[in-house]
Design a protein around this ligand. Structure first.
Ligand SMILES: C[S@@+](CC[C@H](N)C(=O)[O-])C[C@H]1O[C@@H](n2cnc3c(N)ncnc32)[C@H](O)[C@@H]1O
Length: 213
């Protein structure tokens, strides 16, 4: 088990009890996502945490699988699902890097507040591209810390080695957009949260005719 998994397991309970920091921005993004979903879609979410977003979006689609590598986060999500059953929703403990998904099989992939926390954000984005059908959507919300706190790039590795922080990448919004473009995505919608200029919400699309797989 990596230290990041240990970290997220450790804070799962307090994360679940923490209120959403900016409700207005969260609801705005949810509405944007809802506008892209339809009842025929097969949706996949990684880094779903305690499942709040999945529980809100899953009723709108045909199937919604949500994974997280923290067993404690997933246990909380599964508990919520037991209280409010949604037949098409499934929570599973799994790391994105190890989770089997057929290429070109998904209509949408959702990654909320997770790309900057992955071992290799660039590979995760490229991986998402291969799993989407042509025309499929990759919807991400990412803390691009380098734009407002560039010095954090010195703190992040130190905090991780001292076991105070999970693995954390400090990159700019332009870097994230470059990763998305390099993977082959086009940008359908881009929004920076008003109260928190660090967070970039992007709806990216895999072109219908792609030169990449
Ligand atoms: C900041 S939390 C975000 C949770 C949720 N998406 C939200 O918006 O509240 C990041 C989550 O990503 C999970 N995570 C990080 N890296 C992962 C990976 N490689 N595969 C699956 N889950 C991962 C962590 O366990 C944690 O629950």
């Amino acid at each position: 088990m990596t230290y990041s998994t240990v970290f997220w397991n450790r804070i799962a309970k307090s994360y679940a009890n923490k209120p959403v920091a900016d409700v207005e921005a969260y609801e705005f993004k949810l509405d944007k996502i809802r506008g892209e979903l339809n009842p025929d879609m097969n949706v996949f979410e990684f880094g779903c945490g305690t499942g709040s977003t999945a529980l809100k979006l899953a009723p709108l689609v045909a199937s919604y699988q949500a994974i997280d590598f923290s067993e404690k986060m997933i246990a909380i999500a599964q508990g919520k699902l037991r209280d409010t059953p949604i037949p098409q929703l499934d929570f599973l403990q799994s790391a994105l890097e190890e989770h089997p998904i057929q290429n070109n099989s998904l209509d949408a992939i959702i990654a909320m507040s997770v790309l900057h926390l992955m071992n290799e954000p660039q590979s995760a984005i490229a991986h998402a591209f291969t799993k989407l059908k042509p025309g499929g959507l990759f919807i991400s919300n990412t803390a691009c810390i380098a734009d407002s706190m560039p010095w954090f790039k010195y703190i992040a590795p130190l905090g991780h080695s001292l076991r105070l922080l999970p693995k954390l990448h400090v990159f700019k919004q332009t870097t994230l957009m470059a990763y998305l473009t390099e993977a082959g995505f086009t940008t359908k919608y881009e929004w920076i949260t008003e109260n928190n200029k660090m967070t970039l919400f992007v709806i990216s699309q895999k072109p219908l005719k792609s030169t990449q797989s």
